[in-house]
Design a protein around this ligand. Structure first.
Ligand code: NAD
Length: 443
C-alpha cells in the first residue's frame, strides 16, 4: 500500500520503517531538512535498537523515502499518518499547532480520497479539528474531495520501539467510517497474523485510550514512589514490598519499580494534558494531579539525599553520574530525571562528571560546553576525582559494577542509587554507604 507519514521522530520513523519492512511503499516527510538530509544519506538521527538496518535496507530498495516535499507526499498516499510532536503548551494542554499545520497542508494538496490517520497523541476532539482544518482548505480551493479522519494512537516504547511496532500488543483504530477502518485493517494485516490484535472503536474513545494508558502507567510509578517514601520513614524496604505485592496477579510485577521519577516525552506531558482536558469539561482530576506532584518531588530526591549527605553544602563537590537518558536503550533526554539533578547540583555549586552509553551527544546539544560538566567515555572514568556516585538511569551495563574499584576511586564512599539497582548489603560490604529509594533508611 502507499503510505505517507508526517513527522520522522521516534514514532514516525519507526512506523515508516516497519510499514516499509512489510512491503508497503512509504514516504516519510518532515519539515526539518537537516533530519531529512541525514536520513537520505542513511544516517539515523536517533538511537533505537534495531532501527538502523531496517531503515537502511528499505531506503536502499526504494520502499522508504524521505522528503520535505509535502505536496508530493500527499499525492503519493491512500493513507496519510500524522506523527508530529504534540508538546505541552504553557498551560499543560497539548499544543496542536504541528498537527493542525499538517492538516492544513493536506487540505491544500489532497487530490483524491485518503484516510488521514492521527498517530500523534492528541486530546479528545482533535480528529474533529483536523477534519475541519482539511475541509476549510478544500473549500478555499473550491474542490470537493472525500476523505476520512481516523485515530490510531501509538503505544510503542522508546528503547523497544521497533519490536513494539513489529509485534504490537494491540492496534487501536478509531473511526466511524467503514472505508477508513477497512484500509487500516488491510495495512495492519501483516501485524495480525498470529491473532487479531485490532480494537476498533469510535474516534473519541481511541483518542482517550492513549491518554488513559499513559496515565495508568504513570500512576503505577507514582504509587510505588509514594510507598517508597513511606517505606523510608517506617524502616521498610520497598523492594521487598514490591515483590510482595507483585505476586498478586491483580497487581502484577510490571511497571511497579520505585525510583528517581519518570521522564520522557510522553508520561509527563500526557498526564498534564489529560488533567487539563478534564478541567476544560468541568472535572477536577485529583488523582492525575497527585501523580504529577509525586513525580515532581521524586525527581529531586537524589539531590536532596546528596545535599543532606554533605550537611547541606555541596559547593565545590564533584558528583559522578551514571545515566543521562530518561530510561535505558534510548538517547532521549526529554524531561529526564538526570536534568533536574544536574541543574540542582549546578545551582548549589557542585560539578558533574557523567557517563551515558547513548545520550552524551544529546546532553552536549542541550547544555553545550561548560566547566561544571564533564562527559566521560566510560562509567569508571566519571569516578576520577569525584566525591560520590549517583545512578540515574538503569542501563544494563551499570547493574553489576566492581564496587571495590568504585570504593577505591571515590573521595567519599557513598552511592546514591536512584533506580534501586543494587543490594544495599553488597554495596556496604565493599565499604560504601548505600542510599536507595525507599530502602528503609535515608541520609
Ligand atoms: P519527535 O519530536 O521525535 O518528532 C516529531 C517530528 O515531527 C519532528 O521531526 C518534527 O520536525 C516533525 N514535524 C513537525 N511539524 C511537521 C510538519 N508540519 N510536517 C512534517 N513534519 C513535522 O516526536 P515523537 O516522539 O515521534 O512523537 C510524535 C507523537 O507521537 C507525539 O504526539 C507523541 O506524544 C506521540 N508518541 C510518542 C511516543 C514516544 O515514545 N516518543 C510513543 C507514543 C506516542
Amino acid at each position: 500500500m502507499k503510505v505517507t507519514i508526517f513527522g520522522t521522530g521516534y514514532v514516525g520513523l519507526v512506523t515508516g520503517a516497519c510499514l516499509a519492512e512489510m512491503g508497503n511503499h512509504v514516504v516519510c516527510v518532515d519539515i526539518d531538512d537537516n533530519k531529512v538530509g541525514r536520513l537520505s544519506r542513511g544516517e539515523i538521527p536517533i538511537f533505537e535498537p534495531g532501527l538502523e538496518p531496517i531503515v537502511r535496507r528499505n531506503h536502499a530498495n526504494g520502499q522508504l523515502e524521505f522528503t520535505t516535499d509535502a505536496a508530493q507526499s500527499i499525492a503519493h498516499a491512500q493513507i496519510i499518518f500524522i506523527a508530529v510532536g504534540t508538546p505541552p503548551d504553557e498551560d499543560g494542554s497539548a499544543d496542536l499547532q504541528y498537527v493542525l499545520s499538517v492538516a492544513r497542508s493536506i487540505g491544500q494538496h489532497l487530490d483524491r480520497y485518503a484516510v488521514i490517520v492521527n498517530k500523534s497523541t492528541v486530546p479528545v476532539g482533535t480528529a474533529d479539528r483536523v477534519r475541519e482544518a482539511v475541509a476549510a482548505e478544500l473549500s478555499a480551493r473550491g474542490v470537493e474531495i472525500d476523505f476520512d479522519v481516523a485515530s490510531n494512537p501509538e503505544f510503542l516504547k522508546e528503547g523497544d520501539a521497533v519490536e513494539d511496532c513489529l509485534r504490537p500488543d494491540r492496534i487501536v483504530m478509531g473511526s466511524s467510517s467503514a472505508r477508513a477502518i477497512a484500509l487500516l485493517r488491510k495495512l495492519y494485516a501483516p501485524f495480525n497474523r498470529n491473532h487479531d490484535r485490532t480494537v476498533v472503536m469510535d474516534v473519541r474513545s481511541a483518542e482517550l485510550t492513549k491518554y488513559a494508558a499513559n496515565a495508568m502507567l504513570a500512576t503505577k510509578i507514582s504509587f510505588m514512589n509514594e510507598i517508597a517514601n513511606i517505606a523510608e520513614r517506617v524502616g521498610a524496604d520497598v523492594e521487598l514490598v514490591r515483590q510482595g505485592i507483585g505476586s498478586d496477579p491483580r497487581i502484577g510485577y510490571h511497571f511497579i519499580y520505585p525510583g528517581a521519577g519518570y521522564g520522557g516525552s510522553c508520561f509527563p506531558k500526557d498526564v498534564q494534558a489529560l488533567e487539563r482536558t478534564a478541567r476544560t469539561v468541568g472535572y477536577d482530576a485529583r488523582l492525575l494531579g497527585a501523580v504529577e506532584a509525586v513525580n515532581h518531588d521524586q525527581k529531586i530526591k537524589l539531590f536532596d539525599f546528596i545535599q543532606r549527605y554533605f550537611n547541606g553544602d555541596v559547593r565545590g563537590r564533584t558528583i559522578a553520574l551514571w545515566g543521562l537518558a530518561f530510561k535505558p536503550n534510548t538517547d532521549d533526554m526529554r524531561e529526564a530525571s538526570s536534568r533536574r539533578l544536574i541543574e540542582a547540583l549546578w545551582e548549589a555549586g557542585a560539578k558533574v562528571r557523567a557517563f551515558d552509553p547513548e545520550a552524551r551527544e544529546e546532553t552536549r546539544r542541550l547544555y553545550g560546553e561548560r566547566s561544571d560538566l564533564v562527559l566521560c567515555d566510560s562509567a569508571y572514568q566519571t569516578l576520577d576525582g569525584a566525591d560520590v556516585l549517583a545512578i540515574v538511569t538503569e542501563w544494563k551495563a551499570f547493574r553489576s559494577p566492581d564496587f571495590a574499584r568504585i570504593r577505591a576511586m571515590l573521595r567519599e564512599p557513598a552511592i546514591f542509587d536512584g533506580r534501586n539497582l543494587y543490594e544495599p548489603s553488597v554495596v556496604e560490604e565493599a565499604g560504601l554507604a548505600y542510599y536507595g529509594i525507599g530502602r528503609g533508611r535515608s541520609v
